[in-house]
Design a protein around this ligand. Structure first.
Ligand SMILES: Nc1ncnc2c1ncn2[C@@H]1O[C@H](COP(=O)(O)OP(=O)(O)O)[C@@H](O)[C@H]1O
Ligand SMILES: Cc1ncc(COP(=O)(O)OP(=O)(O)O)c(N)n1
Length: 281
């Protein structure tokens, strides 16, 4: 085990800095985890939307994963925007090769402005190849509807989808609640471990500055898993991290602004960069 917890994000770049690989690295850093990247696509993007998408070749994505796997290694992995089925297959092959089993899959599909970040042809590969390799999958409501193949209404609908997604092979399912407006005052994120449901509740903030919430939440889960926390502990901290990041917006840009990755540290202090056990080589 290395002296510092390490996390790898396999995701797209958001030039605006609020989502994608930028959100992931900021979150890792804030939580005291050494962050690494394998870039899947470059996007030209800001708070108003996505202006361009330039996917990487499968070879380039795999070579970046090899560069990490053959040298520094990692304690946990997050996947974000993967864009097409070839990249999903290439990433899955490397996850298996390096036996990386603390894998958080954020099944990124559509950006807030409506741009497609995962081609339709890739949904099946995500469901059949990548999901069974995940320790945790973190769909929002529209993503869960596509993966589970059902229409979701309220908390009961989310529970039904979580059961279906767990049956597809994900060991833990976090059904995020941002899009579930059946409760106007609260956002409940629901964790299903294949047996029990856990609810993580917080106030629903009325704000347009929610760009990158899903990436930031999943990156916080990944960082905590890298440190050796349990899935329940990791989701609990991630919920607190994203709540703080939404509650104190930076008010940047003219559209959906980024969340505030400093806010949790302002409230809770810096997370010192060591493993839970403090062990090192
Ligand atoms: N308006 C909000 N107020 C408080 N928390 C929110 C709000 N919107 C999203 N969240 C939190 O942000 C995270 C991402 O939520 P969600 O919007 O469901 O996913 P995505 O960003 O992938 O569309 C979740 O942890 C959710 O609880
Ligand atoms: C490069 C890139 N990756 C992921 C997303 C989607 O991020 P998400 O956290 O789901 O936030 P919104 O797009 O819904 O604001 C992205 N936009 N860009």
């Amino acid at each position: 085990m290395a002296a510092i917890a390490r996390a790898l994000t396999i995701a797209g770049s958001d030039s605006g800095g609020g989502a994608g690989i930028q959100a992931d690295l900021k979150t890792f850093q804030e939580l005291g985890v050494y962050g690494m990247t394998a870039l899947t696509a470059v996007t030209a993007q800001n708070t108003l939307g996505v202006q361009g998408i330039y996917p990487m070749s499968v070879e380039a994505v795999q070579q970046q994963m090899d560069a990490i796997g053959e040298d520094i290694g990692t304690d946990a992995v997050k996947t974000g925007m993967l864009f097409n089925s070839d990249i999903i297959r290439g990433v899955s092959e490397k996850l298996v090769q390096y036996r990386w089993d603390k894998v958080v899959v954020d099944p990124v599909m559509i950006a807030k402005g409506g741009s497609v970040l995962l081609l339709e042809e890739a949904v099946r590969a995500l469901r059949d190849i990548l999901l069974p390799l995940s320790l945790v999958v973190t769909p929002n409501v529209p993503e869960a509807e596509l993966i589970a193949g059902i229409s979701i209404q309220g908390l009961d609908g989310r529970k039904e989808a979580a059961r279906i997604i767990a049956d597809l092979g994900a060991r833990h399912v976090v059904m995020k609640g941002g899009h579930d407006e059946s409760n106007p005052d609260e956002v409940i994120d629901l964790l299903f471990d294949g047996r029990d449901f856990y609810e993580f509740c917080g106030p629903r903030f009325v704000t347009r500055h929610t760009h990158g919430t899903g990436c930031t939440f999943a990156a916080a889960v990944t960082a905590e898993l890298a440190k050796g926390r349990t899935v329940v502990q990791a989701v609990e901290l991630a919920k607190a991290f994203i709540q703080a990041a939404i509650a104190e917006p930076l008010r940047l840009g003219q559209g959906h602004g980024p969340t505030n990755h400093w806010a949790y540290r302002k409230q809770h202090g810096f997370a010192h960069p060591t493993h839970e056990s403090g062990a090192g080589e």
